[in-house]
Write a protein that binds this ligand. Structure first.
Ligand code: KIV
Ligand code: ZN
Length: 388
């Protein structure tokens, strides 16, 4: 029996935090339903104390979106925990995620507190959070730059206080895979009660190592990965959900772990995040980029026609990328557009066909071929125009 690695999606919290314009409540609800269709285990959907709008969005998602545990973020402060507990009241499985920094750099310059002060704040917050839910996650912010002994001390006390998940963020994306794996090994070997909590990892991508670090941590025994769709997030972003999910699916025999992700939902989710968040995906991005399944060289094209796996390690359909693409031009009828949109996961109720077809023809006349992202942008902008 292989171990399951939980997928904790934070697109709507750490991902959203980095956008130039915040998402509307409707955008968040739409994305939350899409993320839930991926079958993630936990979905972090906001930071309720940060603004009334964020509180309302978390509250609506908690009430409306079923399936994954719904999580809110809270600093280790009473008013944050209270706001989080209240916003999550309607959730079937609420999770409160509280955090405080533990690295000497953050203690000295940001918090101006001692490690013992911070441990006390963490303990109090965890206990307060337990009054709202039995699912409490605690994060040591900047764990990647926290000395091992300090980290062990904080983690031990957080578990004693009742935290059920312990998260080890590489907040600034500084560690290398071997260093990050060593932190996880060290915690597992030196914190007596470590098995009472699920060990989680949260990697930023400043050096392009977020995915590699997360996988190294899983190999060292972590059993939850925090990630975002398309890897959106602070600065260079977070660990990319589609990449870690597909690594664990395609290399399951080697890694001996699995996730519950429905991989066929990945492409739709990626497109929706790119469009709604106005964050285009680079063409050569693994798994979801426009070129991820495109073969250009003659030798490769010849090979793929003879046997697909000569140059393709996974079929595009595995991640929900439709195989046979029909070019959409001004000669395409409505049924082609409808067909394409249903392949992308849209239903008739998601758009007004008359309005969409008019915009489609105008654009097709201007640029020749209309691409998936054009169609999705048209749906999105027509919807925004209706709301105004
Ligand atoms: O990067 C980070 O440290 C975070 C924490 C709040 C978990 O996002
Ligand atoms: Zn983060």
């Amino acid at each position: 029996m292989q171990d399951k690695v939980w997928i904790f999606d934070t697109t709507l919290r750490d991902g959203e935090q980095a956008l130039k314009a915040s998402l509307t409540e409707e955008d968040k609800i739409q994305l939350a339903h899409t993320i839930s269709r991926l079958n993630v285990d936990v979905m972090e959907v906001g930071f309720p104390v940060s603004s009334p709008a964020d509180f309302r969005a978390v509250q609506r998602i908690a009430n409306e979106v079923k399936g994954p545990a719904i999580c809110g973020l809270a600093r280790a402060m009473p008013k944050d925990i209270e706001a989080c507990g209240l916003a999550l009241k309607g959730a079937q499985q609420p999770r409160i995620h509280t955090f405080i920094a533990t690295s000497p750099l953050h203690l000295q310059h940001k918090l101006r507190k001692s490690l013992d002060d911070v441990i006390e704040m963490a303990e109090r917050s965890i206990k307060q959070a337990l009054q709202y839910t039995d699912d409490v996650e605690f994060s040591c912010e900047d764990a990647g730059r926290t000395p091992f002994d300090d980290l062990c001390k904080v983690v031990d006390r957080a578990i004693r206080a009742g935290a059920t998940t312990i998260n080890i963020p590489d907040t600034v994306g500084y560690t290398t895979p071997d260093e990050y794996a060593a932190i996880i090994h060290h915690l597992r070997n030196n914190v007596a009660n470590i098995d009472k909590a699920r060990l989680s990892v949260h990697c930023h991508n400043d050096l392009g190592l977020a995915v590699a670090n997360s996988i190294a941590a899983v190999q060292a025994g972590a059993r939850q990965i925090e990630c975002t769709i398309n890897g959106i997030g602070e600065r260079a972003g977070n660990c990319s959900l589609e990449e870690v999910a597909m690594i664990m699916k395609m290399r399951q025999d080697h890694l001996k772990v699995h996730t519950g992700i429905r991989s066929e939902e990945i492409y739709r989710a990626s497109r929706q995040v790119a469009t709604i968040c106005n964050m285009p995906v680079q063409p050569n991005k693994a798994i979801v980029g426009e070129n991820a399944f495109a073969h250009s060289s003659g030798i490769h094209q010849d090979g793929v026609l003879k046997a697909q796996n000569t140059y393709e390690i996974m079929a595009p359909e595995t991640v929900g990328v439709p195989n046979n693409q029909l070019n959409m031009t001004s000669r395409s009828g409505r049924h082609v557009i409808e067909h394409r949109l249903s392949e992308l996961g849209y239903q008739a109720a998601d758009y007004d066909m008359d309005q969409l077809y008019t915009s489609f023809l105008e654009l097709a006349d201007q640029k020749g071929t209309v691409y998936d992202y054009d169609l999705e942008a048209m749906i999105h902008f027509n919807k925004l125009a209706e709301q105004d």
